[in-house]
Design a protein around this ligand. Structure first.
Ligand SMILES: [Zn+2]
Length: 145
């Protein structure tokens, strides 16, 4: 699979290559674009590698295991969508398989703290016409073994 340059800007639809990201995600696997020339990952998806400008990109499925790099708690709903859902945790995570990548995730359950092991999960329901969500939850001890 390769990235495409398609842009979709119609209301709540995912924009550009994020649509492919959400389409490829499932379970606890997290797709990330990887350059075939310099082998580095990048995030957000782009039509060219931001490190070497190569257009030879492929999607790689990561297992979703990550570590919290920074965390906060959201106490104010900034959109109608999140009204009534506060407070909730947000985490900036780095992936075990791609430690150079940092991705923002919304926490399920207790708000994670810096250094916590988390599992990232991407959800997208194409039928909803809504953008997808990137979630993380504290990793159980059994998940790490
Ligand atoms: Zn590259």
């Amino acid at each position: 699979m390769t990235l495409d340059d398609t842009l979709h800007i119609d209301g709540n639809a995912p924009v550009g290559d994020l649509e492919e990201f959400f389409r490829l995600a499932g379970g606890d696997s997290v797709p990330l674009p990887q350059c075939q020339d310099c082998a580095r990952f990048h995030w957000y998806p782009m039509g060219r590698c931001p490190h070497c400008q190569s257009e030879r990109l492929v999607w790689r499925q990561l297992d979703g295991r990550a570590t919290v790099y920074a965390a906060t708690t959201v106490r104010h709903a900034f959109t109608e969508r999140t009204r009534g859902q506060t407070p909730y945790g947000l985490a900036l995570v780095t992936f075990d398989e791609a430690p150079e990548i940092r991705m923002v995730c919304r926490a399920i359950g207790p708000a994670p703290a810096i250094g916590d092991a988390v599992t990232v999960r991407v959800e997208h329901d194409p039928a909803s016409g809504d953008i997808g969500m990137i979630w993380c939850r504290l990793t159980d001890e059994e998940d790490r073994s």
